[in-house]
Design a protein around this ligand. Structure first.
Ligand code: AMP
Ligand code: GLY
Length: 419
């Protein structure tokens, strides 16, 4: 099989790495990829938002399966366009991806199907929003409705902060058109966990749980980022919680898909706030998470191509997913200053010095004109290890980070430090 993976981050490197282990695969292409991905896939110089070129490439090269990493092309309908041309694609169509593309749509979906989530209201008018704010408690969360690269969520400690947040999104257009509608919702306490699920249209089958670290600095200080590290499994994900989630979240989501006529195939990523042995949905994403994928796929023993094909064909079952008992951890090495301003083009040294059992997933990296690997983004590398215990996995990761260096390398020291 010839596979095209769309995307350029450590998530897409992990997907290519796992697909490459399948004996069904003869060739992997990646658009636009990065330096690390180029070791296992042929790089195709097409940007992820160029749906026309991605489709033309897939048709011209008789691609058997297109796997789409990021949300943008899913929300824009890449899967629909590929399917019209007879190309098989892994990921939801435009109708399914709307669950990530519009927060008001996904909150209304949750409310309609009685899926536990924070209380909320939707506004497009400033005065109505400010009036409506009075009905909430002091702490609220204000969210831009559309895609805002993970930055469109503002956590407000009091009504003054909320008022400024509402004005900056609706009036000052801080997130552009993505913020022409907002969701105001109740602030939830609890522990977050990410649950990625494979969906074949009829079944939602969870992968192993993972815990993401969203803040830039240790002890959850600093700004929200795309994710600074992760580990799997998350010990707060107990059997009782699993049963609660199945009954109250997964089954009801499926019922919603059925009633709304959403033929969802791909990955549904459910962001959860855990409260004891219950949970509420913070958000749906309609793709693999980053960095969740970097810790979950190394623990998957089954063939990923098989699973993706079964999702597309609508015949996936629980027994198709076999997991390693080992624990995994990943730490993101970022560019100094991320998620705000940072420099690119720094030479990365020491990549060849890491131990054989370390998996290096590249994010923002590329080759310089003289063939050195240099930084090319905010999140540069995901340094990943498996271990019999989480402590062992974490220790391996941090020992090996000491061997890697580039100017202004920035990373958290407390990933997976839960015991
Ligand atoms: P979202 O993109 O909607 O998942 O929001 C991004 C992050 O903001 C989440 O991962 C949480 O850390 C936080 N967040 C979102 N909604 C809430 C909420 N209702 N209560 C507390 N934290 C929230
Ligand atoms: N790790 C969060 C996300 O992928 O959106």
């Amino acid at each position: 099989m010839k596979i095209l993976v769309v995307g350029s981050g450590a998530r897409e490197h992990a997907i290519c790495w796992k697909l490459n282990q399948s004996n069904k695969v003869s060739k992997i292409y990646c658009a636009p990829g990065n330096a690390g991905i180029s070791e296992i896939a042929e790089i195709v110089n097409i940007k992820v938002n160029n749906l026309g070129e991605l489709t033309r490439f897939s048709v011209d090269n008789k691609i058997d399966l297109v796997v789409i990493g990021p949300e943008g092309p899913l929300v824009d309908g890449l899967v629909d366009i590929l399917e019209e041309k007879g190309i098989r694609a892994f990921g939801p169509n435009k109708k399914g991806a709307r669950l990530e593309g519009s927060k008001s749509y996904s909150k209304n979906f949750m409310q309609k199907y009685d899926i536990p989530t924070a209380k909320y209201e939707v506004y497009s008018d400033l005065n109505e929003a400010l009036e409506g704010l009075k009905n909430f408690e002091e702490q609220v969360v204000v969210k831009a409705d559309g895609l805002a690269a993970g930055k469109g969520v503002l956590i407000c400690q009091n009504k003054d902060e909320a008022t400024s947040a509402i004005k900056s999104i609706l009036t000052d257009k801080q997130f552009g058109e993505a913020g022409s509608t907002i969701v105001i919702e109740e602030y939830l306490n609890g522990m977050e966990t990410s649950l990625l699920c494979f969906v074949d249209g009829k079944n939602i089958i969870p992968m192993e749980s993972a815990r993401d670290y969203k803040k830039a600095y240790d002890e959850d200080k600093g700004l929200n980022t795309g994710g600074m590290g992760c580990f799997s499994p998350n010990p707060i994900y107990t059997e009782n919680l699993n049963n609660y989630i199945k009954e109250n979240i997964l089954d009801k989501t499926l019922e919603g898909f059925y009633t709304e006529g959403i033929d969802f195939k791909g990955v549904l990523f459910i962001g959860l706030m855990i409260q004891g042995e219950k949970a509420k949905v913070l958000e749906y994403n309609t793709r693999f998470g980053d960095p969740e994928t970097e810790v979950v796929l190394p623990r998957l023993k089954s063939d990923l191509v098989d699973i993706m094909e079964k999702c597309i064909d609508g015949n996936l079952s629980d027994s198709d997913l076999k997991w390693s008992k080992e624990k995994s951890a990943t730490v993101i090495l970022a560019s100094g200053g991320y998620p705000e301003n940072y420099e690119k083009g720094k030479e990365i040294i020491g990549l060849n010095l890491v131990d054989d059992d370390i998996i290096l997933f590249h994010g923002g990296t590329k080759f310089s004109n003289d063939d050195k690997i240099i930084t090319d983004g905010g999140r540069v590398l995901a340094v990943t290890a498996l271990g019999k215990t989480l402590i062992e996995a974490r220790q391996k990761v941090y020992e090996n980070i000491n061997k890697i260096n580039y100017e202004k390398m920035q990373y958290r020291k407390d990933i997976a430090k839960i015991i």
